[in-house]
Design a protein around this ligand. Structure first.
Ligand code: EPZ
Length: 421
């Protein structure tokens, strides 16, 4: 298996253009199944989660071709509604293939989703929404069989503003008879991206970005060419890479309002962040402890930035507290950071971080995508060499992460035998 070898201590500096959002392209690839016409997607990141999703689409009958950052899909006529279990288990996001396949074919068979090990990943909210639209669900031997002779518009209230459930129900509602209203919907920018993509194909959706989304059923969707929004979590990760190495970065193709909660908290921690046009400037200085970081659904502080922020705060002057309110068990990076000398105590949903003067290199394992990125950031700042193993988790959401960092002055290389995707 591959690993990163990092020699800490270099300050990052330079310019980086942020590419399209992982958490946009995955639901949008699923939504592409709703049309039989040509779909062109621009600014698509070259990450393994996209490769897995494209493998699934090809198994369903979609013709796929890629020219650098442009993807071309010909969904034509799908010839199955069963997703291979081996592919389903690789990635949680495959669960939002249910909505489009129910809309397009009236049936779908999926296995319970795989993906990151960040606590239980139930799908009850997805299923509750689909059942309210007339879908029959049968769960057996780890698979979910769903069928619907015809989908009807419904009033769905989500107990929690789940991103995936919001997206799945939006997609299932496209061809439903009548109007579907989602209350307590997730408000992430990626939900707005999905609405804009679907509306450009001829859907009639409004309200994405608010907690009430209305989808009016239509008869068909057409072709589309669409450019993704930039990846706010990649941008946030690179801001912390600059901060933790006392470097200075210019990030292009960033939408500052998507990062409001992150920028505000990192300014509190002493990071200098300012905008010049559509370039976000970051300068790392001394790091102050912050009294409280609480992850919440958007527009609150994003759970996907929690691990990276904890890494930064391990080197802050003073004591910080991070509370993870979105996922159970999203502290798998704590044990690995402690191997590098961090002083962190976990108590339920909260972690208390006492800043230390220096982290030291160690052999650590990436437990999941964002925790893996957080360990790389720790290695950039640590004294000596850090080896990060299980980096296939990082490749799921960061395109050529070591090349990006090396291009900005980091001393990092990838060694070992690549895993098959
Ligand atoms: C999406 O996951 C993102 N993934 C995650 O990013 C992100 O962390 C998460 O939203 C929250 O923002 C993609 O968009 C591909 P949820 P999703 O449904 O849809 C509970 C990354 O690092 N829940 O909003 O799976 C669930 O257990 C990944 O890029 C139910 O209880 O997240 C969790 O506690 C990680 N029942 C909470 O809701 C359900 O039916 C939030 O989950 C669904 C979810």
């Amino acid at each position: 298996m591959e690993k990163f070898i990092i020699s800490g201590g270099s300050s990052l500096s330079g310019r980086l253009r942020v590419k399209g959002a992982k958490n946009s392209i995955l639901p949008i690839l699923a939504a592409s199944l709703l049309t039989s016409e040509r779909v062109e997607l621009k600014d698509v990141p070259d990450i393994s989660d996209v490769k897995v999703m494209l493998n699934i689409l090809e198994c369903l009958g979609v013709k796929v071709s890629r020219e650098k950052d442009i993807l071309l899909l010909e969904p034509g006529s799908l010839y199955t509604s069963e997703i291979p279990e081996s592919l389903m288990c690789e990635m949680r996001s495959s669960i939002f293939l249910m909505g489009p396949l129910l809309g397009r074919l009236g049936k779908v068979k999926v296995s319970y989703p795989g993906g990151c090990d960040i606590g239980p990943r139930p799908i009850d909210l997805h299923l509750k929404g689909l059942i309210s639209m007339g879908v029959n669900i049968k769960e057996e031997n780890g698979c979910v069989q769903a069928e619907a002779r015809s989908l009807k518009g419904s009033n769905v209230h989500l107990d929690f503003p789940s991103v995936g459930a919001t997206e799945n129900i939006m997609m299932a509602a496209i061809y439903a008879r009548g109007t579907t209203t989602i209350h307590n919907a997730a408000k992430e920018p990626e939900i707005i991206d999905l609405q804009n993509f679907l509306n450009k194909m001829g859907a009639k959706i409004k309200g994405a970005g608010t907690d009430t989304i209305k989808i009016e059923g239509v008869k068909s969707l057409g072709k589309v060419s669409y450019t993704l929004i930039p990846d706010r979590i990649l941008a946030g990760t690179m801001i912390i890479a600059a901060a933790i190495t006392r470097g200075e970065l210019m990030l292009e193709n960033v939408i500052p309002e998507h990062l409001e909660a992150v920028s505000s908290k990192l300014r509190e921690a002493g990071v200098e962040i300012w905008e010049e046009g559509d370039v976000l400037h970051v300068k790392g200085r001394k790091i102050n402890a912050v009294q409280s970081v609480r992850t919440l659904p958007y527009p609150g502080f994003p759970t996907d930035m929690q691990a990276q922020t904890m890494t930064l705060l391990t080197l802050a002057r003073g004591t910080s507290v991070i509370t993870e309110n979105v996922f159970d068990g999203r502290f798998s990076h704590v044990g690995e950071l402690k191997k590098m000398g961090a002083d962190i105590m976990v108590d339920g949903r909260s972690a208390v971080i006492q800043g230390v003067k220096q982290l030291h290199g160690a052999v650590v394992k990436a437990p999941d995508l964002r925790a893996g990125a957080a360990l790389v950031l720790a290695g950039l700042a640590a004294e000596g060499h850090t080896i990060v193993e299980e980096i296939h988790h990082i490749d799921r959401g960061y395109e050529k992460f070591e090349e990006t960092l090396r291009g900005l002055g980091a001393n990092i290389k990838r060694v070992g035998i690549p895993a098959e995707v």
